[in-house]
Design a protein around this ligand. Structure first.
Ligand SMILES: [Zn+2]
Length: 376
């Protein structure tokens, strides 16, 4: 792919093209906005353009050729450890796990990336390796360091990165990517040129899905479920596990509605057990356990939002239209739906940095709140 194939957030693509054309680029960037809208993809595509050996001048503006040796080294679809561009490094929790495994391995070929589990944080080691790479001369036009989920940098790693940002090496760009930029060290944030991403309008996702050959009905349901996260929709096209994930969601919603004190532990166990099963079927960076957990909570929030809409009788706003009979059954009290939405939001915060709460425990608290919301 190239910049012309990027879907949504046209303002960001336009801005980067304009800046590239102008030539003098800020050395540190912060790409922020909702998850799964293409922040990391655009960072990789921009890195591609910056080093492309025969960039194209298209109607839309500058673009990479996507064919030269430099371009072929980079693909947003590849995991971080499989990117082979000598001047572009993607640092993420998977890469941190990879580096750790390489250091521990006796033979270089011993590391099996399929068995890696993403780290919970980006530690000092990640930044040390980046600094080591930057200490060598390069013949490439730009060196680009992309730090995905930059909010996961530890205190120590943040301090090391800050030092590098304050003495920036020549022709080197840092792109920090984050869905929760407020959790990034404020001094680092202040050094970065911000670029904000937005959710992608449903009509754009709908036409993308139809162009990929989905029926109107399927495309409409998926576009609604994606809630503006185009990356989720694209992933759903090639990976049907979202259907199982949805069944799982439906079971959990059912349990939440009828929750009794005896079910608290069972609910938390069922919620987190489903994630482990998904993981054993071959883990990818995007489908890591934490990401699944966040998506599960986002899914539950969407369900309770639907319950709220159903309780007011505004069916047009309901996303999970195929679950309408069940949603109507639950929708007796809007107050309960509002309470559950607030509690889900809290659980979501708890499991993310800087708190990183134990998922089992977080879901137990959620279960207790589900019972209390029914009692009131
Ligand atoms: Zn190229």
């Amino acid at each position: 792919m190239a910049l012309k194939d990027f879907i949504g957030n046209e303002h960001a693509v336009r801005f980067l093209r304009r800046m590239t054309e102008r030539g003098t680029l800020p050395h540190a960037w912060l790409f922020s906005g909702p998850s799964r809208v293409g922040k990391r993809t655009l960072a990789i595509e921009w890195a591609k353009l910056l080093n492309c050996q025969s960039p194209l001048r298209t109607d839309g503006g500058l673009d990479s050729c996507d064919q030269c040796p430099s371009c072929r080294h980079l693909s947003p679809d590849r995991p971080s450890y499989a990117q082979t561009h000598p001047a572009v490094q993607v640092v993420d929790t998977m890469m941190a796990a990879y580096w750790e495994a390489v250091e521990k391995a006796k033979e270089p070929g011993e590391v099996d990336p399929a068995k890696l589990k993403p780290k919970l944080s980006l530690g000092i080691n990640a930044i040390r390796i980046v600094r080591e790479t930057l200490s060598h001369q390069t013949l490439w036009r730009y060196r680009v360091i992309i730090v995905d989920e930059a909010e996961r940098l530890t205190e120590e790693a943040s301090a090391a990165l800050l030092k590098t940002l304050e003495e920036p090496p020549d022709r080197t760009l840092f792109i920090l990517v984050s869905a929760t930029p407020w959790a990034i060290h404020p001094t680092i944030r202040s050094r970065c040129q911000p670029l904000k991403f937005r959710l992608v309008p449903p009509r754009i996702i709908l036409s993308l899905l139809k162009a990929k050959g989905l029926t109107d009905e399927e495309a409409s349901l998926l576009a609604k479920l994606s809630m503006g996260k185009v990356g989720w929709a694209i992933n759903a096209l090639r990976d049907s596990t979202w259907r199982q994930a949805r069944e799982h969601l439906f079971n959990l919603l059912n349990m939440m509605v009828k929750m009794s004190w005896w079910d608290v532990f069972k609910f938390a166990e069922v919620a987190t057990r489903g994630l482990e099963e998904g993981e054993s079927e071959g883990e990818t960076t995007m489908a890591s356990q934490r990401r699944q957990l966040e998506e599960l909570l986002e899914g539950l929030m969407l369900c309770w939002r639907d319950v709220l809409a159903a309780s007011f009788g505004v069916d047009d706003l309901i996303v999970n239209t195929d679950w309408l009979p069940m949603l109507r059954q639950v929708a007796k009290s809007p107050e309960r739906a509002v309470k559950m939405l607030q509690e889900l939001r809290r659980t979501y915060r708890r499991i993310r940095p800087p708190f990183n709460a134990n998922p089992q425990l977080a879901f137990e608290i959620l279960a207790i709140q589900a019972i209390e919301s029914a009692l009131q």
